[in-house]
Write a protein that binds this ligand. Structure first.
Ligand code: NAD
Length: 337
């Protein structure tokens, strides 16, 4: 029998308000505390009574977790859970949950925005008109969108979103995704070389890992037969940036739209910052007012679910099954990026 209301602590967060978290946590009659602490001792002191944690950046290492005897669940804002020692959490029976899909529409629409901006050269025209030039010939040639081929590298949740959003423009879509067995809706799966060779636009939507780091390098640029526009809203290091700069200078590709870079923020000396046919955004693909509100609500819901004895929507440390501190009912679903 529990002799006090559950306590949920937000270790730290950089969101302006915690209204969504408050609303969800109050529905289960639990107390919510915003700690804003990052160091080990403070974390242990502030969270020692906590039944659940909501976490953004504060490092929840083994020592911290071993000193949180009541903690049954840690919910991380967003997809990545680098801030949590997963092995320690599992050993201690603490569930770790995340929200892997709060910004699919945002990233997909950002990728489409980058494609359209580059293809119609709107950013270039904007700069020219504001600098006193009024001459459409500054941006020619511009091709028609209909009939062009978009090649996706990775066709999971976001890739599929891009394919659906761009379809009404008459753009055809193919994808390279070695882990998919069947063609996703409306997309032809092709081998890597075909996507490189036959795409007018290439958009990257695979995760960053050991096998995708520098997936697009000098060799791949040399295979890009149609001088495509290259879009990256996934992770910077998937493209070898030195090779990208060479390919842009050498005309192997027509332009690039990048929401992510190898080094964020970039050095002021990064040549990409000066190129007319490159458009950049500061790793903002995930963001909208609605996506952040959804993220906050669903993160808090993961904690509320566990404290109410239910499996949360997305469990990161699957191995915790069978040894959770809190007995749980309902269906189990795992998460991976
Ligand atoms: P997802 O897991 O649904 O899809 C990823 C796809 O990539 C999968 O179908 C997988 O089979 C495929 N893949 C894996 N390795 C591959 C390889 N070597 N070559 C080609 N395909 C490969 O993930 P998602 O939700 O679509 O997210 C995709 C990526 O978007 C994330 O990994 C993340 O890096 C990035 N992202 C960026 C932002 C942002 O703010 N810019 C926000 C969220 C996610």
């Amino acid at each position: 029998m529990k002799d006090r209301p559950y306590q949920v602590v937000i270790t730290d967060c950089d969101h302006g308000s915690i209204e969504e978290e408050k609303e969800v946590i109050s529905q289960i009659g639990a107390e919510l505390i915003l700690a804003q602490v990052r160091n080990e001792e403070e974390l242990i002191r502030t969270c020692k009574e906590a039944d659940g944690l909501i976490n953004q950046y504060a490092l929840l290492n083994r020592k911290v977790l071993e000193n949180l005897p009541q903690c049954k669940v840690i919910a991380r804002y967003g997809v990545g859970v680098d801030s949590v020692d997963l092995k320690a959490a599992t050993d201690l029976g603490i569930m770790v949950a995340n929200v892997p899909d709060y910004c699919i529409e945002e990233v997909a629409s950002h990728a489409v925005a980058l494609i359209l901006t580059l293809a119609r050269k709107t950013a270039l025209f904007d700069r020219q008109v504001k600098s006193g030039q009024w001459d459409f010939r500054m941006g020619i040639p511009i091709g028609r969108l209909r009939g062009k081929m978009l090649g996706l590298i990775g066709s999971g949740k976001i890739g599929l979103g891009v394919a659906k959003m761009i379809a009404p423009f008459g753009v055809k879509v193919m994808a390279y995704d070695p882990f998919l067995k069947e063609n996703p809706e409306g997309i032809q799966l092709k081998d890597f070389e075909t996507v490189l060779k036959e795409s007018d636009f290439i958009s990257i939507h695979c995760p960053l890992n050991d096998s995708t780091r520098h997936l697009i390098g000098e060799r791949e640029f040399s295979k890009m037969g149609k001088k495509p526009l290259l879009i990256n809203t996934s992770r910077g290091p998937i493209i070898d940036e030195e090779a990208l700069i060479k390919a842009l200078k050498g005309g192997q590709i027509s332009g690039a739209g990048l929401d992510v870079l190898e080094k964020e923020p970039p050095d002021v000396s990064n040549p990409l910052l000066k190129m007319e046919n490159v458009i950049l955004s500061p790793h903002v693909g995930f963001y909208s007012v609605e996506s952040i509100s959804e993220l906050k609500r669903r993160t808090a819901q993961n904690v509320a679910d566990v404290l109410m004895g239910r499996w949360p929507a997305s469990v990161v440390n699957q191995e915790v099954r069978g040894k959770t501190r809190m007995p749980l009912s309902g269906s189990f679903s795992s998460s991976k990026e």
